[in-house]
Design a binder for this molecule. Structure first.
Ligand code: PEP
Ligand code: MN
Length: 363
């Protein structure tokens, strides 16, 4: 995989080491609100203060941000505790105003990352400017768009880039506001380990209760940082009130997080891990052998159906399989969601084999 030209966090010139904590309000609302919130963050371990100035709201009639005057309020609040500040830019006008006001770091919102035209215009406007830019994942789980936005910035000479994982919008009920679909940032990490990833539990959760577990999960996946929305009076926040927490609550949440390291220089640890992993490797091979065996039987069924002119799929049988396997798997501790996905995929592969048998002339 080609590496992207990304500057490591420690070389961003912001006094970062190898982690990145971003805290601050969803929106800048007033000079007092942002100043009091930020002062509450002075001893929180924050590296960059966040604050939205132009808010991308799904529907009109919601608070759309205070606009340009808020840039100075944000900057002053950061200066009060000696920390850099960042805001979201969604068009070229935002970029110019943020730069004019000395905003230290920019981020692209999830709705912007979905739009290559907008990303390109912003990248062009930043040509020759040395400023870090964080890129939220697009609202839809499309890794290519996410990487594409980073590449557009890189091509404009912006190398201080990190990704923010804020979850993906979904239709229907979920315990999350934006389900995390961890496999997407995990694949980003596998393909581009050079891109730092910051987890944004606030926008994934949409509520306060789940924040700590999502933040912990991000750390356990060895992401590089956490972004959390903090407000001096969260219940009165003009945007995202349900997911914001006070500076005090933030500090409790952070104190409860466990930071584990991805590796350890210890022979017995490595030996133990190796033994367990060999076990897993062996089981994976057995699963693959069983799957191949299952496909052989599926092909035989395909032949029988073909000889009798019967369709590949009988919905009642498929329903029966699902119900039966789910009730078998449940007591063994396998989640119904994951089991359903596995079965759907196995079934898809069986259908592919049967279709091949059905639609190939008999020898
Ligand atoms: C935000 O960070 O306040 C925001 C609007 O986020 P997103 O682009 O992830 O919806
Ligand atoms: Mn928000």
């Amino acid at each position: 995989m080609d590496r992207l030209p990304i500057t490591p966090l420690r070389d961003w010139g912001l006094g970062l080491e190898d982690s990145l904590n971003i805290f601050g309000p969803c929106s800048v609302e007033s000079p007092e609100q942002v100043m009091e919130t930020v002062q509450g963050l002075a001893d929180s371990g924050v590296h960059i203060i966040r604050g939205g100035i132009w808010k991308p709201r799904t529907r009109p009639n919601s608070f759309e941000g205070v606009g340009s005057p808020g840039l100075k309020w944000l900057k002053d609040a950061g200066a009060a505790i000696g920390k850099p500040v960042m805001t979201e830019v969604a068009n070229v006008k935002h970029v110019y105003e943020a730069l004019r006001c000395g905003i230290d770091v920019l981020w692209l919102g999830a709705r912007t990352t979905t739009n290559p035209f907008a990303v390109q215009e912003i990248a062009d406007a930043l040509e020759g400017v040395d400023i870090p830019v964080l890129v939220k994942n697009p609202v839809n789980p499309d890794l290519e768009l996410w990487v594409g936005a980073i590449e557009r910035l890189n091509r404009a000479g912006i190398h201080k880039v990190a990704a923010i994982h804020r979850g993906f919008s979904a239709y229907g009920k979920s315990k999350y506001r934006n389900p995390p679909q961890w496999e997407v940032p995990i694949e980003m990490r596998r393909r581009h380990p050079e891109v730092p990833i910051v987890v944004d539990p606030s926008h994934i959760c949409g509520n306060r209760e789940l924040l700590a577990s999502v933040a912990q999960k991000g750390l356990d996946l060895d992401f590089d940082g956490v972004m959390l929305e903090v407000h001096i009076t969260p219940d009165k926040a003009l945007s995202d009130a349900k997911q914001q927490i006070t500076p005090e609550r933030l500090k409790e949440l952070l104190a409860g997080l466990v930071r584990r390291s991805p590796d350890k220089d210890d022979a017995s640890f490595h030996h133990l891990l190796e033994v367990l992993r060999e076990n897993i490797d062996d089981m994976d091979r057995r699963i693959i052998d069983l799957l191949a065996e299952r496909m052989r039987v599926a092909r035989q069924i395909g032949q029988v159906k073909k000889d009798n002119n019967i369709t590949i799929l009988q919905y009642s049988r498929w329903n029966e399989i699902l119900q039966d396997r789910l009730s078998y798997a449940g007591p063994k501790g396998i989640s119904a969601d994951i089991m359903t996905e596995i079965l759907q995929n196995i079934h898809k592969e069986s259908i592919r084999h049967q279709a091949e048998v059905m639609n190939t002339a008999d020898a």
